[in-house]
Write a protein that binds this ligand. Structure first.
Ligand code: SAH
Length: 458
């Protein structure tokens, strides 16, 4: 059945926004035809210009807001929703939390068909700004000057930025200072188009609990010019620095780091804590970018697991073992599985660092390793999963159903795949008991959720 599209490109329309998409655009409908407009909020009346018309949906640009949502706030940063991934900063924090909580509820009902499940109020941050402990900013050139900041969306044009509202102040300071020093020393910025120049990215990481700073400079060339002077000036101007690292990446690629990493000065790692657990973080390690909320999320996972010290636990998709180490404090034994070998190295090192001896870590696909364990007669009392956005593999879900652990704790960064997987587990004899959304990434559309499922005895 073909239906005519009710709008044309370049039309000016008055619309009312009904909804927000998962990436924070307002949705208006004209005779059922959806138009996505960045910056529009549900309940608002606005004038828009249609910019693109596809078969099933279109895009528009916000021209004027005629009636405002009570949740709208002034954007703290100019052109805010365009840069640096702050898609929601035109919404008050209270409004953002409500949006995320509703999104979880809606998706669980619509996709998960979970009508009567308890969704607790989302846990937000007291101060939802300047929380990120890591930044990696592209370096480029404009009017003969070295600049660094964000890429404009869907382009490779760099917007020179000194102050990100999401990064910790120590991170903003580090990026700014390294940028200035590189400029003073005449280090050539990388030119993406011609694949010439030297400095490609500046990265900074900060351990909030320890006050330790790491600076990484990524160059196209194997050599970092003026390295002695560079190091000297960084130490002088960034007193918190504990580690200065050079990484070289000669490839034409969007991947930031190359294979060659060299410590120029100080330690190979910096340290940080989540709760009582200490983590060693190298230039290449994965580490949570908002440790404060990570602790909230993993404390909840631990609470849901209700461990007494007798349980054996599987932590699937364990990364550097953050959850595994949390659980190990209360379990008999924790088995972690993760696909990235370096992450497993970090997990083992972190277990050692904390004197934790009841963990074991394996490299491999969760959907291969765990079924193989089960076939060999191994089982678990509690299974924790924390998969990437695409959710759990079906083979893993089937093994969970066959294995019949008493409890499953599902930590998710994508409500849609969470809902899909919960439905499968429900069909397989589990009941979803509690759902706790946590706001790990204020000002962005991301939402994390931790869910407790229990085995229904039959
Ligand atoms: N709980 C972890 C983070 C999990 S993020 C922590 O606290 O650090 C999801 C992880 O799943 C990533 O580390 C990713 O590398 C890993 N992963 C992705 N696909 C996988 C698979 N098929 N099997 C096992 N691990 C996988």
């Amino acid at each position: 059945m073909s239906k005519t599209i009710p709008v044309k490109k370049n039309d000016y329309l008055e619309v009312e926004f009904e909804d927000l998409t998962h990436d924070g655009a307002g949705v208006a409908k004209i005779d059922g035809y959806p138009i996505f407009v960045q910056g529009g909020l549900p309940g608002e009346h606005a004038k828009i210009k249609v910019t693109k018309v596809n078969k099933g949906y279109g895009f528009g640009r916000l021209i004027e807001i005629l009636e405002q949502s009570p949740f709208r706030v002034e954007c703290p940063a100019e052109d805010a929703h365009k840069y640096g991934g702050c898609q929601l900063q035109h919404i008050s924090y209270k409004g953002q939390l409500k949006y995320k909580e509703n999104m979880v509820k809606q998706v669980l009902t619509r996709i998960g068909k979970l009508e009567d499940v308890v969704v607790h109020p989302i846990i937000g941050m007291d101060n939802p700004w300047h929380y990120r402990n890591k930044a990696q900013v592209p370096v480029g050139e404009k009017d003969g000057k070295l600049i660094a900041g964000f890429f404009k969306p869907r382009s490779h044009e760099i917007v020179d930025t000194d102050e990100s509202l999401l990064h910790l102040h120590e991170i903003n300071e580090a990026i700014k200072v390294v940028k200035e020093i590189a400029s003073e020393l005449g280090i050539q910025p990388y030119q993406e188009e011609s694949h010439k120049g030297v400095l490609r990215h500046i990265m900074a990481r900060y351990g909030r609990q320890t006050g330790e700073l790491m600076v990484v400079m990524v160059t196209r060339t194997n050599e970092l010019p003026q390295r002695a002077k560079l190091v000297e000036k960084i130490i002088e101007r960034l007193p918190k620095v504990k580690s200065i690292v050079h990484n070289s990446n000669s490839k034409k690629t969007n991947v930031i780091m190359g294979d060659q990493t060299e410590v120029l000065w100080g330690s190979e790692v910096i340290y940080d804590y989540i709760g009582d657990i200490k983590f060693a973080i190298s230039a290449r390690s994965f580490y949570q970018v908002n440790p404060e909320q990570t602790k909230v999320l993993y404390d909840k996972a631990l609470e849901y697991a209700e461990l007494t010290g007798k349980e054996s636990v599987i932590d699937a998709y364990c990364g550097i073992g953050t959850i595994s180490l949390f659980l190990a404090q209360k379990a008999k034994k924790v088995f972690g599985v993760e696909i990235v070998p370096e992450a497993i190295e970090d997990a083992k090192r972190n277990a050692q660092l904390n004197g934790i001896i009841n963990t074991e870590f394996a490299v491999g696909e969760a959907e291969t390793v765990i079924p193989a364990w089960y076939k060999e007669g191994n089982s678990a009392d509690v299974l924790v999963v924390d998969p990437p956005r695409k959710g759990c593999d079906e083979a893993l879900l089937q093994t969970i159903i066959d294995m019949k652990p008493k409890k499953v704790v599902y930590v998710s960064c994508n409500p849609a795949t969470l809902a899909r997987d919960l439905r499968i587990l429900e069909e397989g004899g589990f009941k979803t008991l509690e759902v706790q959304p946590v706001d790990m990434f204020p000002q962005t559309t991301h939402v994390e959720t931790v869910v407790l499922l229990s085995r229904v005895e039959k």
